[in-house]
Write a protein that binds this ligand. Structure first.
Ligand code: 13P
Length: 303
């Protein structure tokens, strides 16, 4: 099975009350850590890259590698472009084969956010590509997008409803108190706000800043309607720390196969723990049946 749009899997997750993790990967090795984690747990998964990673690895190579992983591991897998502010990059990634894109116009006033999101929807609604937009402003640093604590702003529930009505965007990331990066204390998540947004919006909601949120808080967010949880910093740190540890222990051991294999395993275990936390372990067969049965039937005809 090849890469699929994330819309059906996220709709199914929201309906059934569990989450699907979207992992930011920075290398092909990290992509395989996540794909193998999904395969070992029989879980649906979203692989995502920032614009920086698109520039670093190239959209065509990322798509080819992700497609090969989806075909090898037979789990529902989407490839998503995270936090993109540039329509040209969005078009480039869709052309290359990304199955999901985020237009992040959250730094603009409400009306401009709607206009820019609609530009992307005008393209994506004719093809099988998910679109994600953000309302409010998630704090912290993601690639070259920096939002200070002072500028972070929670989403207004009535605006979330109006935004969906005027854009038909299939997934919405409302800022609700989480931030990108590791927190100095516990995050100040506004659960009442999530509940109010979820009561007004049927679409799957996206939890940004998924690293290092206390487990019970993650579970509560998912139960309230957050169907996608983004994890970047924790995965990147686990992978890099494993390499650092290797060189602290054995500074002269310069075989990349040794230190990369170790880093890949550590990242895989971290990915598995997040999938178990949001409740998507073991959900691949159900998702294939309920959300992608035509794709999988076609797939088996081709084999
Ligand atoms: P973290 O870096 O906190 O995991 O956030 C990831 C994210 O939300 C990417 O969009």
């Amino acid at each position: 099975m090849t890469l699929v749009s994330s819309t059906p899997m996220l709709k199914e997750a929201r309906k059934s009350g569990y989450g699907i993790v979207a992992f930011n990967i920075h290398s092909f090795d990290m992509l395989y850590s996540v794909a193998e984690a999904a395969a070992e747990l029989d879980a649906p998964v979203i692989i995502q890259t920032t614009v920086g990673t698109v520039q670093n690895l190239g959209p065509d190579s990322i798509v080819k590698t992700a497609r090969a992983a989806a075909e090898k591991f037979h789990v529902p897998m989407a490839l998503h472009l995270d936090h993109c502010t540039d329509l040209d990059v969005i078009i480039q990634c869709i052309r290359a084969g990304y199955t999901s894109v985020m237009i992040d116009a959250s730094m603009h006033p409400f009306e401009e956010n709607i206009r820019l999101t609609n530009q992307v929807m005008d393209i994506a609604k004719y093809i099988d590509v998910n679109v994600e937009a953000e309302l409010g402003k998630v704090g912290g640093v993601e690639d070259n997008i920096v939002v200070s604590d002072k500028d972070a702003e929670k989403a207004v529930p009535a605006e979330c409803k109006e935004f969906i009505e005027r854009t038909s965007v299939p997934t919405l990331a409302p800022a609700i108190g989480t931030a990108h990066g590791i927190y100095s204390g516990d995050p100040d998540i506004d659960f009442d706000r999530i509940a109010e947004i979820a009561s007004l919006v049927d679409e799957p909601l996206v939890l940004h800043g998924g690293s290092a949120i206390p487990e019970d808080d993650v579970k509560q967010c998912i139960a309230l309607g957050m169907a996608k949880m983004n994890v970047s910093t924790e995965l990147k740190n686990a992978y890099s720390e494993a390499i650092k540890e290797h060189f602290l222990e054995a500074p002269d051991s310069l075989d990349p196969r040794k230190y990369l294999a170790k880093a890949k395993d550590v990242a895989k275990e971290l990915a598995k723990s997040k999938m178990i936390l949001v409740g998507c372990a073991g959900k691949a067969p159900e998702i294939k049946e309920k959300a992608y049965s035509n794709e999988y039937k076609l797939d088996s005809l081709q084999v």
